[in-house]
Design a protein around this ligand. Structure first.
Ligand code: THU
Length: 129
């Protein structure tokens, strides 16, 4: 059974409750659909040493990779903002490592409306070895 975007959105919103964001009060949720058909979630995890904070996207991606995933089919990014939020630069570079031109980055606003981008659109000329 193929995982629907709606399911990924629900999972990315559900993980917002676990956001550890006591310093910014900015909750972010991500869900990743690996090419193995499995879903992985992540939320942002902050630290009193602020620079150690890790974004929701990287938590979800690293969870997928830890389970053996090398290619992400879809990544959904959600927050409690009225507007869509977009991945930070570091997350775009990490995404580019585990994506291809068919990978869909789905940005969701508070109402549940979404837009779909490719990694190439988010990070043209990504650094690759
Ligand atoms: N954050 C993410 O989780 N993903 C992003 O792409 C941008 C920022 C988090 C990090 C921090 O906990 C909070 O949002 C405010 O920057």
């Amino acid at each position: 059974m193929s995982i629907k975007i709606d399911t990924l959105i629900i999972k990315s919103k559900d993980v917002l409750k676990n956001s550890y964001s006591k310093y910014s009060n900015f909750k972010v949720g991500a869900s990743v659909l690996g090419d193995n058909g499995k879903v992985y979630v992540g939320t942002n995890i902050e630290n009193s040493s602020y620079g150690l904070t890790i974004c929701a996207e990287r938590v979800a991606i690293f969870s997928a990779v830890s389970d053996g995933v090398k290619l992400i089919n879809k990544l959904v990014l959600t927050s409690e903002e009225d507007n869509y939020i977009t991945p930070c630069g570091a997350c775009r570079q990490v995404l580019s490592e585990f994506s291809n031109k068919y990978t869909e980055i789905i940005l969701v606003n508070k109402k549940g409306e979404f837009i779909i981008k490719t990694v190439e659109e988010l990070l043209p000329l990504a650094f690759k070895i």
